[in-house]
Design a protein around this ligand. Structure first.
Ligand SMILES: Nc1ncnc2c1ncn2[C@@H]1O[C@H](COP(=O)(O)OP(=O)(O)OP(=O)(O)O)[C@@H](O)[C@H]1O
Ligand SMILES: [Mg+2]
Length: 226
């Protein structure tokens, strides 16, 4: 489904440019649960910004479901992202003055889905992440783990083709982190959601089915995890 061939990424710095990603090639198939590990600054976020169709300034080829995405105009590129990717971040990125239900509903509001269907799907997806009945709460009244569940609900409500999670447990204690990983595992096994998760945490890295390791912008290993 996702196929990267010799991806190179440079950032402009002063007069020169810094080489951030070096010849990264790998595929991700539908239904996989993939982890990406590597030191701070190794290029993990840079890489997933490309995979998640947030960044198209790179060299090399990214084919998605067989099509080279570089041929899309900006409008099509944006809709490719909106229709296929759900994002989960370390700091949840919830809107504090909207309720849980309103936060989760956002992607469907943007997509123009009717209110009645939105309400139904919001309740379903909140049940799915273990937050049934929390519709009217404001995010600040929830624990970190609950807020991350809300952001996962928001990421999956549009039925994306794949999920990208950048350090989703980075702001959580180890117990809560294990609960969130269990939820990702469940979504992967039961809903067959394709998940790509970036982490520093070796414990998180042990939970995935396949682990990619990045060092200084190079892919140095790609292994199954027992
Ligand atoms: N917009 C940018 N402009 C210039 N350099 C950047 C930019 N974004 C990132 N970099 C540089 O690219 C390198 C890789 O950064 P990236 O954020 O991808 O690392 P990371 O592996 O996600 O790190 P962390 O674990 O700390 O999140 C770093 O050296 C960083 O300073
Ligand atoms: Mg990062």
């Amino acid at each position: 489904m996702i196929s990267l061939k010799k991806i190179n990424k440079y950032y402009q710095q002063g007069d020169g440019r810094v080489h951030i990603l070096h010849d990264i090639s790998f595929d991700v198939n539908e239904g996989e649960f993939v982890g990406i590990m590597g030191q701070s600054g190794s290029g993990k976020s840079t890489l997933i910004n490309i995979i998640g169709f947030l960044d198209r300034e790179y060299e090399g080829t990214y084919s998605f479901k067989g099509d080279d995405v570089s041929y899309l105009n900006n409008k099509r590129f944006t809709s490719l992202r909106n229709q296929n990717v759900g994002f989960v971040f370390q700091n949840f990125k919830l809107i504090q003055n909207l309720t849980v239900a309103e936060n989760v509903a956002l992607p469907l509001m943007y997509a123009g889905v009717k209110k009645k269907e939105i309400d139904q799907r919001v309740s379903q997806v909140l049940e799915r992440v273990g937050l049934g009945g929390y519709e009217k709460y404001l995010p600040l009244r929830l624990s970190g783990g609950q807020q991350q569940r809300v952001s996962i609900a928001r990421a999956i409500i549009g039925k994306p083709t794949f999920l990208i999670a950048d350090e989703p447990t980075g702001a959580l204690d180890s117990h809560t982190s294990a609960e969130i990983m269990a939820l990702f595992k469940q979504l992967n096994k039961e809903n067959k959601t394709t998940i790509i998760i970036v982490t520093h945490d070796p414990k998180v890295g042990q939970q995935v089915d396949r682990l990619l390791t990045i060092l200084d912008g190079k892919l140095i290993s790609d292994t199954g995890v027992a």
